[in-house]
Design a protein around this ligand. Sequence first.
Ligand SMILES: NC(=O)c1ccc[n+]([C@@H]2O[C@H](COP(=O)([O-])OP(=O)(O)OC[C@H]3O[C@@H](n4cnc5c(N)ncnc54)[C@H](O)[C@@H]3O)[C@@H](O)[C@H]2O)c1
Length: 247
Amino acid sequence: MTSVLIAGGASGIGAATVTRLRAAGAGVHVADIDAAGATEVVKAEHSGLGTSSYCDLSTPEGPGQAVADALAAHGRLDAVVFCAGLLVETELADFTVAEWDRTMALNLRAPFLMAQAAAPALAASPHGRVVLTGSTAAFRGGGGSFAYAASKGGLVALTRSLAVALGPDGVTVTCVCPGWIDTPFNDPYWQRVGGRDGAQQALEARIPLGAQGEPDDVAAVIEFLVSPGSRYLTGQAVVVDGGLLAS
Ligand SMILES: NC(=O)c1ccc[n+]([C@@H]2O[C@H](COP(=O)([O-])OP(=O)(O)OC[C@H]3O[C@@H](n4cnc5c(N)ncnc54)[C@H](O)[C@@H]3O)[C@@H](O)[C@H]2O)c1
């Protein structure tokens, strides 16, 4: 049975991925700073084991601890999916070093440390997978999300280096890049632009498919990326944005 570690699986895209993979029979371990949410998301009965642990992934030790917890609970690891992220929206003149460092620690350092810690277990799997969560912010700017955009651009570059390093072990590394997905994650943006009302309408007018996506729209792609069927896809960013970047 496949065992998957989902970092940041208590909410949004991560939680939708937990639901999908467990319904498909996978064993899932959720590591999240929201311990109650992580416990809740794995409590449904499925054939695969669902476990969770508290973890602050932004610390240097957190990602390795999450991998150790997943291995202790499941005894093997076939895929790691890194969904946790931080969005700070601040005007250029006010953006602080602390905000920059907090963003980089979670959005860029933690996925690297998690892949590093999981690499031996993934190499032992017949279809080892690393799936990172980037963003269309890797490819387009947003006035206010300076560290966020830089971290997600870095993640796309990191995906390529990890794919090269882990390819000889048969482990693939991909980066799913969502556009606008309706989760609490974007609240800092709505606050910076003065509320959702008009801003949401203007945003959705720019999306060819006409609306923000749902977490499951991204989870469906992640399910494919962790599946054996994606075995020849590595080192790539996969954009899931309703056509926003194309417009
Ligand atoms: N929602 C969007 O529109 C969107 C767009 C592009 C990219 N993304 C990316 O997708 C990923 C998931 O976003 P989401 O919308 O599902 O967000 P979300 O806020 O719904 O979920 C994020 C999860 O990460 C966890 N988390 C936050 N900080 C943590 C930490 N220090 N340690 C451990 N866990 C932590 C939260 O508790 C939560 O469960 C993020 O990396 C985000 O950058 C989201």
